[in-house]
Design a protein around this ligand. Structure first.
Ligand code: ADP
Length: 574
């Protein structure tokens, strides 16, 4: 049978597609004929317009955040044709997701779910195992199912982005009652970002901490509601399909329900596809953002010592950031604006950039929340603590109208999404990026140790250090933004090697990363090795019990099902 629907892929010109063609990369252990049979069966479930076989390299030309590729890692670090799907299949509802899992088991073809597939710096929409079938969860399943203003929560489907949820509040005149929390870039999905444990910058910045209740399709196709969702709603209409039945009214109010708390295995996991998720919203309140500039590179130590007691006491109410000068410079310009040399920028050059931009070598962005008298008291406490640093300067957004970063943070820290921060990727031509993201205790010594190590390694490999400390409740996510020229194989190779060395050196010092790109998952998983890898053994037991055929996201975060050998899937340095 030759199915030739006309449809657009990735915004590329409309053209004829053939389900019966071979993909660029077949799923593992799958013949061409088996794959074609699978594609036809998948089309019976989701409709042929929702099955796209990735059959030629032209389909890998999509490289824009605003129109992201659904088929490959558009900010590639490995060869561009390495992390690619064989096909992209877009279910139209939960029932179809369940059927697709059964089909994947029948054909023993691995699937890789994603919600929007932006996930820049971590692999985009691409699967860990080349040739897996991408499940585009967000194309059709993109409703805001509920916003409860009194309970201050939302219930969303995978395709709801931060922009969508924010727009929903605005359109329904709810923004003066509840706010969302947003990460730096608003185009990602609430579900994808949250289950990957992404962060934002309001008091609700730890997204995973603020989720409440999941609906999940297991690898077997079975549907589970976690927490209070496991308790049936006596008023539910049981004549409806199970996933449409009204949930328990406390589902989004209390995370834990009764018995073992299973949500964790679905976060950075490979044992379920999240099809609905509750997320807590913040009550709208009085607000004032600010910037504190710190003049010297060596101010890092003292600043972090000041931050710790303020943060743990919640005088610092939000997730503030201590940003290196080059992160702000990269949002506001290109490297060529500052240097003609290809050598990493020197301290003198960094000082010159800071003074040109009227910024410090480190720049602390935070916000105050609550009624004005409360904010005033908090501000006095913050200001007097930071005044201990000679030369510290204090700004509100109106003091620096041309500071794009401050103006953007003014929005981000009150949950208004944007994409401005993406600018820093263009620090180099054809910029792509990786994140090296170790967790640091909130101490001056740890901040300095991580900064020194990552800056030295950046310079050893010929890159500028660009980074930020994102301050959680009791730790910092130290986010090092490794920007490379993705059209230049040599630049990619250096970045890849550098990241591997950073991971190794960090682990030797007791530092581990919270999240990573597909290419580094195995290496980082191996560093979490306490007691002869007991944690990984537990992960594998759970994986093999719930997914005996290894069809759901094999290799994700270093967890390989029993029918795969990790050694066979090492990622070549391009
Ligand atoms: P973003 O929302 O930033 O575009 P993605 O949609 O690419 O991010 O999701 C990032 C990663 O999170 C995916 O590669 C996948 O591993 C996981 N993921 C995303 N959505 C789901 C989902 N609905 N169920 C299970 N895993 C998911």
């Amino acid at each position: 049978m030759n199915l030739t629907p006309r449809r657009q892929i990735n915004g590329a010109p409309e053209r004829v597609l053939t389900l019966g063609c071979d993909p660029l990369v077949l799923p593992p252990n799958t013949t061409s004929q088996t794959f074609k049979n699978y594609a036809l069966e998948a089309a019976k479930i989701v409709g042929s317009a929702n099955v796209t076989v990735i059959s030629d390299e032209a389909e890998l030309s999509q490289e824009s955040y605003l129109e992201p590729s659904k088929a490959h890692d558009m900010f590639n670090i490995a060869d561009k044709t390495y992390f690619v799907c064989s096909a992209v299949v877009a279910p139209r509802g939960v029932g179809e997701v369940q059927e697709l899992m059964k089909l994947a088991n029948e054909f023993e073809i691995p699937v890789w779910p994603f919600s929007i597939g932006r996930n820049v710096g971590y692999g985009g929409a691409a699967p860990r195992v080349p040739g897996s079938v991408g499940l585009d969860m967000g194309r059709h399943m993109n409703r805001v199912l509920k916003v409860d203003v009194e309970g201050a929560y939302a219930l969303v489907e995978p395709g709801v982005t931060f922009f969508d949820l924010h727009d929903h509040l605005v359109k329904n005149n709810l923004r003066d009652q509840v706010w969302i929390d947003v990460p730096d870039l608003g185009g990602g999905s609430v579900i994808g970002n949250t289950i990957e444990r992404g962060v934002g910058y309001t008091p609700y910045g730890d997204h995973w901490m603020m989720h409440c209740g999941l609906e999940v399709v297991l690898p077997s196709g079975e549907l589970v509601r976690t927490g209070m969702g496991a308790l049936p709603n006596p008023k539910a209409d049981t004549s409806k399909p199970i996933h449409e039945q009204e949930p328990n009214e406390s589902w989004q109010l209390f995370n834990y329900g009764f018995g073992p708390y299973n949500d964790g295995i679905f976060s950075q996991g490979s044992v379920g596809i999240v099809v609905k998720m509750g997320i807590w919203l913040m009550k709208a309140t009085g607000y004032q953002s600010y910037l504190i500039t710190l003049p010297k590179d060596s101010d890092l130590h003292q600043a972090v010592e000041i931050i710790r007691p303020l943060r743990v006491n919640m005088v610092l109410q939000n997730v503030p950031t201590l940003r290196h000068i080059l992160l702000d410079a990269a949002v506001m310009g290109h490297r060529t604006d500052y240097s003609k040399s290809d050598k990493p920028l020197t301290d003198d050059e960094l000082n010159a950039i800071a003074s040109k931009l009227d910024l410090g070598r480190w720049n602390f962005y935070g916000a105050l929340y609550g009624p004005e008298p409360v904010r005033d008291v908090m501000w006095q406490a913050v200001k007097s603590a930071f005044s201990a640093i000679p030369g510290a300067k204090f700004f509100f957004p109106e003091d620096q109208p041309n500071n794009i970063v401050l103006q953007t943070r003014q929005n981000t820290l009150q949950g208004i999404p944007s994409v401005t921060e993406l600018n820093w990727v263009d620090w180099l031509p054809h910029g792509g990026h990786l994140f090296f993201s170790p967790i640091a205790p909130v101490t001056g010594d740890d901040a300095e140790a991580q900064y020194n190590m990552t800056r030295q390694l950046s310079e050893k490999y010929g890159f500028d250090f660009i980074g930020t400390f994102v301050v959680g409740m009791r730790e910092m996510h130290h986010i090092v933004c490794i920007v490379y020229d993705r059209k230049d194989a040599e630049s990619r190779r250096r970045a890849h090697k550098m990241m591997k060395e950073m991971i190794e050196e960090a682990a030797a010092k007791g530092y581990g990363e919270y999240r990573t790109h597909l290419a580094m998952m195995d290496q980082i998983a191996a560093t979490y090795s306490f007691n002869n890898n007991a944690n990984m053994k537990l992960n594998e037991i759970i994986k093999n019990a719930l997914d005996p055929k290894g069809i759901l996201a094999p290799g994700k975060n270093g967890v390989w099902p029993k029918n795969y050998r990790a050694a066979d899937w090492q990622v070549p340095i391009a």
